[in-house]
Write a protein that binds this ligand. Sequence first.
Ligand code: ADP
Length: 454
Amino acid sequence: MIPRLFLIPLLAPALATLVLFLLLGWERDALFVSLATLASSALTQVAARGALKRQLLSLARQVRTRTEGASSSGTGEDAQDRLEEVANLQGAIDALHQQLTTRNAGLNQETRTLTAVLDGMAEGLWITNAEGTVVRHNDALRDMLQTVGNINGQRPLALLRNEALNEAVTRACREGASTRLELTLEGLFSRTLAIRVTPLGRDLPGSAAVFHDVTELRRLEKIRKDFVANVSHELRTPITAIRGYAETLQGGALQDPKVATKMVDIIHRQSERLSELVEDLLELSRLESREVKLQVTDVPLAVAATRAAEVVRHKAQGKKITVELNIPPGLIGRGDERGLEQVLLNLLDNAVKYTPEGGRVTVLGVQEDGRCVVHVRDTGVGIEPKHLARIFERFYRVDKGRSRDMGGTGLGLSIVKHLMSAMGGEVRVESQPNEGSTFTIFLPAAVPSAAVAG
Ligand code: ADP
């Protein structure tokens, strides 16, 4: 809607034109009428353009005055010239305005794109001025520093309390030197950041620092290193024993049949342990690399548990441990048959291994909420709560000596966990020291609840 004030400059030239029409007549003074019309249209356009409005209105008044004066003298050239000037001026202003608008829009677009790119980066970034004060940063940096406070306007030392980083920023600002460094932020969630600090450039004073979160990378590196160290250690133990006894036999013990038999027995046991370890390592590596293709079928869990119990029966009998199976025949899980047998075997083997003589191991199967649930319960040594979260890790043992003495590789539960998750299930543990443990596996059921209940 046009504001009322504008009506005056808009209507005035039109009225002037009308008056000229009446006074002079179209044929006689068409030039003046045209001039007046031009003036009116020029005014109509510029009236809306703020700063020029007053100047142009004054020009228009002059034109009208001269036009009226010129009707008697018969000349309007001055007015014509002024109007052309006005028109040129307006054209130039329009062009300039257009250029500025386009440039502004371009700059806005660029700034928005840059901000979106910086905020979309996984790496944190800050820019400092020549004094080393942060003047700009992206969203990722805030997440990495885990701060809700102001970052802009702060010095590196205040933000991270790290002298090395502070020095790197100073060096970049003063000497134009780049630095790489790594630091660990302690806290609820400790983080390791790899940082590169560089000067902004010759014409731009200040520095930029890019922060990479390498926490996960360093964690995986540590797991890999620990794994290699563990494997070497685990392999070395039986190999050293085998070599030692073989050398003793070579050195003369072979002549004493009693001693020789004992040593050969040990060599045999240790070689079995070595082969178990290699088997477990290969199985784990296949599972982790998802090399093994599991054949998911309907598996009657009672059958799988009976087969696994067969394998440990001899060991259980040796320790006078009762193994009781209580799984309804209709309890059918969806999973890989061989994988499920392996899971139940590892759990039963542990239950027998960590239960003292005369104990009891019970396997109980039920169907709950569309899932098959199998509990493997023992009356053994149990596990302290602080170890529960870690026993599914590779080579983690509550009692290293006991586990090795009993022929454990430290990989059994890790394999169970991988197999269960590959079959879309899971494994959990509940245990109390000296009261026994219950390992429970959950697996998708193949048969609806009603069928099992019946
Ligand atoms: P291991 O070959 O040493 O038995 P596992 O991965 O099978 O390795 O188990 C890891 C650790 O968890 C064992 O060393 C043992 O300390 C503990 N553990 C596993 N099962 C039981 C159990 N039924 N009772 C008590 N401790 C157990």
